[in-house]
Design a protein around this ligand. Structure first.
Ligand code: GLN
Length: 277
């Protein structure tokens, strides 16, 4: 079979997801060990029986709902190709907004930054590639996530990021940061989306936060004040319907300049605030 034939039969026969072409492309590139331009340049190249068997097995798992990122073990985020595992959330494109907003803030040249609940390391590593003089600390409750993020860090030789395990602020030294960022778990325990799509395969510890989804956001809003320099910023990703609640939490914690930004879908996705006093 040729690349083109295998690709066509896979895309045509299956309703994988709302992006069947992209899914098939990513799986085929992974199996063949090539990039997508290779598929387009060499459609008439033969695929071995082993490769086509491996591809069809992955395709079946995709049909059973497994996220492509877990099947191929990686996910693009910002300019990086990050290793992912079922121990971590798969980085989402929406979260790139948080990186953009962080890069736009007026911060010191050598800003000290804390990323809480780093998962694959996505936010911390994206910031580190853009700002080599920032000193970034990134933590996660799960040691497996810390190990994975460390592999991602090493791959890009980002020496300005330090990773370790911490339950939110529990293992953070008494230090003040210029910027704290977090994409914490924020889904309600009984949200029906948890039994749909990719979320079924992701760790609940990275998704769910108490009955109202605000448990961890509440903790981070309350405790961040004690870890920020005066003039330092807190940036939090949250659910599309949590903007008002997060703004209120930040107001109550004494933050100033509280402001919510919308993602590309027009949904309230992150809120930022400044420690002014
Ligand atoms: N943005 C993810 C989703 O709703 C959830 C991520 C999170 O809880 N931090 O699919």
């Amino acid at each position: 079979m040729t690349i083109a034939e295998l690709f066509q039969s896979a895309v045509g026969a299956n309703r994988l997801s709302d992006s069947p072409e992209l899914d098939c492309q990513l799986l085929l590139c992974f199996v063949l060990g090539v990039d997508s331009s290779y598929l387009k340049t060499w459609p008439e190249r033969q695929v071995s029986d082993d490769q086509s068997t491996q591809f069809n097995r992955l395709l079946q798992r995709r049909l059973d709902g497994e996220p492509v990122a877990y099947l191929i073990g990686s996910q693009g985020f910002w300019s990086l190709d990050l290793k992912v595992s079922p121990a971590t959330l798969i980085p989402r494109p929406e979260t790139e907004l948080l990186v953009e907003v962080a890069l736009d803030l007026a911060l010191p040249e050598q800003a000290s930054v804390l990323d809480l609940g780093t998962g694959t390391g996505a936010i911390a590593l994206a910031l580190a590639t853009e700002r080599s003089r920032w000193e970034i600390c990134a933590v996660d409750l799960q040691q497996q996530a810390v190990d994975l993020a460390e592999r991602n860090r090493q791959r890009y030789q980002l020496d300005n990021v330090r990773l370790f395990a911490s339950n939110w602020f529990a293992a953070i030294p008494a230090q003040r940061f210029d910027l704290i960022v977090s994409n914490p778990p924020y889904i309600e325990a009984n949200d029906p989306h948890l039994s749909q799509g990719d979320l079924r395969f992701e760790p609940a510890s990275a998704l769910v936060s108490g009955d109202d989804g605000l448990g961890d956001l509440r903790l981070v809003c309350t405790q961040s004040v004690d870890y920020l320099n005066r003039g330092g910023w807190l940036l939090l990703e949250h659910g599309f319907d949590q903007g008002a609640a997060v703004r209120e939490l930040l107001d109550q914690a004494g933050f100033a300049s509280v402001e919510t930004r919308r993602d590309l879908n027009g949904l309230e996705r992150l809120t930022l605030a400044c420690r002014s006093d």
